[in-house]
Design a protein around this ligand. Structure first.
Ligand SMILES: Cc1ncc(COP(=O)(O)O)c(C=O)c1O
Length: 451
């Protein structure tokens, strides 16, 4: 593993944001869309390396968000930079949908070896997570000749019109767009910390049983005949919705329902994939359960824009011209992805598991210390800390979460909220034990300062 940098702690030397950062923020307010869901704090990046981000004013932040779970190999990993540079010198673009270059079959072959799908696979390349999901939706409709989908409350699959029909993690994502493009029915996500009936903790077994029962005995017998369902779209660890892992028995049952009814199981690994959970894919934590279609993006390119949809070869059976994209599978992005996977297999997935469990241990210690931490959950380096008013009522504390997020920023730690009242930890997978100690000390101090 490549060491990060010699720097040990954040360095904050101006008021935040500093004067140079403010210039950029003001220009942004004038010229850039206001629709971006930026947090209360304003981080401006100038350059970054490993787990450290430097702003234009020279302040240095410890990054425990990785550009929203994207910079899996750390910022500007030298081997990734070298692979991108080499590729940029050789071939930047040709349009793989009309011509050929080696990177498409190379990455397709590599993915067929590692994705949690049984048997031969084929891969479609796009540019983002939402596009990977669009591909999966179109493919499932095409292959099954069905039109309905089942998605989960709290899920996030992107903001393009098809993916938006699935997305339901926040009202802001839907408000103003009214009628949805696709016929999607939402069911509760199996969140054992908050059972959908009473918002209180329950067991893996009960929440799994209740959601499965909802699907089979409510939906299938009323509004949603299973023979009309093209696919169930599942995040094995729900991301934007709050970093909530699905129980093992639940994922198994979903696979059974799909098998019994000819429904495709689309697993959205856009956020949870590429080593984030301490295994290459979140579904790898569920022994014996495989997907029909897997969506990837974010961490696969170490920051280069790429979206990938891999499916069983006999499912990806559509005709020439059915789905393609000018930039999708751009050779520079694919060169970055090939190098990223090499680095993940070469140690970063293991680091995600080992250092992730060290981080989880530390977060659980803070849970014991603070009454306002209701839950610490997740896998590997995909960890959520849910803030509550107190451990007795477990009432969600979204304002407190936002305050803590801001207090971390002021102290040089970059973390980001997800769900209504959770802070997500999604650091670059190069994070070290020493980085964790620094991050936890800041987190501890920030929580104390906000109470
Ligand atoms: C699980 C999941 N799917 C899809 C997407 C959409 O990806 P993108 O923002 O690249 O379109 C995201 C983004 O956060 C995601 O977390």
């Amino acid at each position: 593993m490549t060491p990060t940098t010699e720097l040990q702690k954040p360095v904050i030397k101006t008021a935040l944001p500093g004067p140079k950062s403010l210039e950029i923020i003001n220009a942004d307010a004038q010229y850039v869309t206001p629709s971006y869901p930026r947090p209360d704090y304003k981080l401006v990046a100038d350059h970054a390396s490993g787990v450290w981000i430097t702003d234009p004013d020279g302040n240095v932040f410890l990054d425990c968000n990785a550009g929203v779970a994207v910079c899996s190999t750390g910022h500007c990993h030298p081997e990734v930079v070298a692979a991108i540079t080499k590729q940029a010198n050789e071939l930047i673009h040709l349009c793989g949908t009309d011509f050929y270059y080696r990177h498409m079959p190379e990455l397709g072959k590599k993915l067929s070896e590692i994705v949690p799908i049984d048997g031969p696979t084929k891969t479609h390349f796009a540019n983002s997570g939402a596009e990977a999901v669009e591909t999966a939706l179109k493919l499932a409709m095409y292959h099954t000749r069905r039109q309905k989908f089942i998605s989960f409350f709290g899920s996030f699959h992107g903001r393009t019109l098809g993916a938006l029909s699935l997305t339901s993690s926040k009202k802001a994502q839907r408000l103003g767009f009214m009628r949805q493009a696709l016929d999607v029915v939402h069911v509760p996500y199996p969140n054992k910390f908050r059972h959908f009936a009473d918002d209180m903790p329950t067991t893996d077994e009960k929440i799994s049983k209740d959601v499965i029962n909802w699907i089979e005995n409510r939906l299938f017998k009323t509004t949603t005949p299973p023979e009309e369902v093209a696919a169930i779209v599942l995040e094995v660890v729900q991301g934007e919705g709050g970093y909530v892992p699905a129980p093992k028995q639940f994922v198994k049952e979903i696979r059974r329902i799909c098998d019994e009814n000819g429904i495709m199981l689309i697993v959205d690994e856009v956020q949870s994939g590429m080593g984030r959970t301490g295994k290459m894919f979140a579904l790898d934590h569920h022994e014996g359960v495989k997907a029909d279609i897997v969506c990837m993006a974010k961490g696969i390119g170490s920051g280069m824009p790429i979206g990938v949809c891999t499916a069983k070869a006999d499912i990806m059976d559509w005709h020439k011209g059915a789905h393609a994209s000018t930039f999708g599978g751009n050779p520079v992005a694919l060169a970055s992805a090939l190098k990223t996977i090499e680095l993940l297999e070469g140690g970063l997935v293991n680091n995600s598991r080992e250092i992730g469990s060290y981080l989880e241990f530390g977060l659980n210690k803070l849970k014991e210390k603070y009454d306002v931490i209701g839950d610490v959950r997740g896998l590997g380096m995909m960890l959520g800390v849910e803030f509550v008013t107190d451990k007795k009522t477990l009432a969600p504390a979204p304002e407190l979460r936002d305050k803590i997020e801001y207090a971390c920023y002021e102290r040089g730690l970059i973390i980001l909220g997800c769900g209504a009242n959770t802070i997500r930890w999604s650091p670059p997978l190069v994070l070290s034990k020493e980085n964790v100690d620094v991050a936890l000390a800041i987190f501890d101090e920030a929580i104390a300062a906000c109470l």
